[in-house]
Structure formats: C-alpha cells, structure tokens
Design a protein around this ligand. Sequence first.
Ligand SMILES: C[S@@+](CC[C@H](N)C(=O)[O-])C[C@H]1O[C@@H](n2cnc3c(N)ncnc32)[C@H](O)[C@@H]1O
Length: 394
Amino acid sequence: MRPDRSVLKGGRRLIKTLSRVLYEVVEHHVSVDVAFKRACRSACADSLEEREELYRLARKLVSDYIKLTCVVGRKKPYGALVRVWLKGIHNLLEEMPPWCRLSYPEWYYRKLTELLGREEAEKVMRAMEDRVWWLRINTLRGSVEYVLRELEREGVEFEVDKHFHYLVRIVRSPKPVRLLQPVKEFKAVPQDKASVAVVEALNPSEDDLIVDMASAPGLKTSLIMALTENKAKVVAADISWRRMLNEVALLKKLGVDLSRVYLTLTDSSSLNLRARADKVLLDAPCSNSGAVSKDPGVKVHLTQSKIRYYAGIQRALLRKAIELGELVTYSTCSIMPEEGELVTASVRNVVRFRRVFSWASPGYGIVDFSNEVMRFFPHKHATEAFYLAVLEVR
Ligand SMILES: C[S@@+](CC[C@H](N)C(=O)[O-])C[C@H]1O[C@@H](n2cnc3c(N)ncnc32)[C@H](O)[C@@H]1O
C-alpha cells in the first residue's frame, strides 16, 4: 500500500510519526489507536484528510510488521523499518513461509490451520485485515427510522442487518464513523455485530435482574437497557475503576437510566448477591486474539502465555457466573479454543447448552458439544472473531 502523496506532506514528518506508532505498539504493547494518539500529540497532519490517511497507513504498517521483520529482521531501528515498508520492499520477496506472507505469528498460523484447515484459516486471517463498521442505533436516543434517515442525509451508505433490525453495516461513509452526527449525538454507537449477538442471546426482558460481570465500558449493559426500554435491573460490575469511570460517562451519554444500573467495582470472581439473578452476562476479559480487525497491534503483542493467563481468569469467572444466575452467556473476542470451548468444558456437567442462533458457526470440533456453542468469524459473518455459549444452569 503506497501512501497517497496528494494528501500527505512532509516525508520526514511521515516517517517520524509512523516510527513512533511502531515503537509504541512493539515496545509498550498498546493498541494502534493509542499509539496513533501518542504519535500525533504534536501536530502530525495539517488537515483531517491528512490525519485520516496517516491513520490508515499506521494500521497497515502495524499489520505488516511481522512480514517486515521476516524480511529485514527485528534489529533494525524503527525509522529504517518504516523506510523499507514505504518502499514496498517487503512485498518483493516471493518465497516466504505463509505466516510471514500473511503477517501473523507462526504459532497463531499453525494453531488456526490445525483447527480450521489451511484454506479456511487463511481466509479468516485475510478477512481480519479489513475493519467492518457496524452501527447500532441507540433506541434510547431516537427511533431506528429517524436515525437511519439522519445517516442517509449525511451521505452514509449502509445495509440494515438481516438479524437485528436496529443494526447497520456501513458500506461507505463520507467521513470517519466517529465524526458522523448521529454518532456524536450518541444516537448511534459503533458496536460489532457479534457483540450485539451476545446480548440478544441473553434475551433480556423488562422484569429481569441481570448481572453483567465484566461490564466496562458498558456497551452491552447499554444494549440491555435499550432492549428493555430502561426497565431491566442490571448489576454492572468491573474490576477496573478507570474503565468504570468511562462506563458511567458513556451510559449517561447513551441515555441509560442509571437508577436501574448498580455499578459495582469488584473482582467478579468473588461477587456475591443476596438474590439469585435471572440472567448473567459474562463478556470475559480475553487476549483479543479475534479482534485483529479492530486492532492489528494484537498480532504484534499476542502471546500464548497471554491466552493461558486469560483462560485462567475466565474459568474462575464462569464458575462464579453459574452460581449467580439461571441463564448465563459466556463470550470472548478470542479465536482460540483455550478462551472458549475449553473453558466451557470445565462447567459442562452442570449446564445445558442453548444454540440460539442457527446462522452462527458451531464451535471447534475438539469438544463433543461443539454443535451446541457458537462462533462468529470475519470471513463468514463480517464480525470480529467471537465465541459465544449460552448456558442454562441445571
Ligand atoms: C471484554 S471487556 C468488557 C466489555 C464490556 N462487556 C462491553 O461490552 O462494553 C472485559 C472487562 O473485564 C474487566 N475485568 C477483568 N477482570 C475482571 C474481574 N476479575 N472481575 C470483573 N471485571 C474484570 C476488564 O476491566 C474489562 O473492562
């Protein structure tokens, strides 16, 4: 991908910004978005157009990092790596192992290939290069029809989703999604379809007491409240006070009735409630191995030990979830079975499964209940890679 020279100015500034992005992602393990904000703190662009082009390049550079290091090694200074990348030299080598060609860690490539077969695994990895934007219309702030008309007036081309009528996939937008008027006014929220499906799987209703065990920044809690017209009661827990502060701010902006949301700062693996909840949503902390399309930096800093670490936390949270309520959804934005099927296996003797979406893919065939749990994939469902199990506690 060559930069659009008509938009970008200043070769030195371009290299300096991109090198800083790479440095932040590789050394500090931050997402591309955070790295880009840090790199662009001092003026990195003269116009919004130039900034957007720079951001697009930063994403692509980070996405190509593994491929780049396959060609020139890891020892080169970041500026030199960026210069090689801008010249497109990394694309000239024909003989490369497939994980280098696709720019994924070797272990990630091998694992996915084992699970899905080579052809399908490569399709998934290619599909994760492009971000699909989904917008959920926030019915607490406006009707679906009204907000869709506003989007049309702004020149946005979109498709209404065939499963969830308040969800649209952006086909073309005249400006970055975050700058669209309905998004700025919180009448529409960027939210991946798989994330919406997790809440729909819980089928929230007005009389429910629902526990959201890992709730920040509150996207799923706010959808629960939108689906029940602010009538459900939600215990929204999270371990991070910083993320919880963001959650409070977001829920307010989205029009959630905070008198019905009990925000609880806690480690949910030791959460206790006086009453048994009707439903429990466990959208567990995970390695993000399925969220490459949102943050290509995941490919750079994902490790197998990170996956094992989060799998341990998920097991503890899931054990607690089935103590807390009658019906549990357990989800992760991970493509790895260690953060999905294998965690679910640890409670299988005390639950019944519900496969609520026939359009979702089954789980990996490494467990005997694979047909009863669900997976979402970017190449099939235009979503992040997600795992979802709906568990009825026996
Ligand atoms: C995937 S995010 C949740 C996203 C959220 N459900 C939403 O839709 O906006 C996982 C969250 O789990 C929280 N977390 C991690 N460990 C936790 C624990 N032991 N107890 C409660 N929350 C935890 C993190 O702080 C993070 O906010």
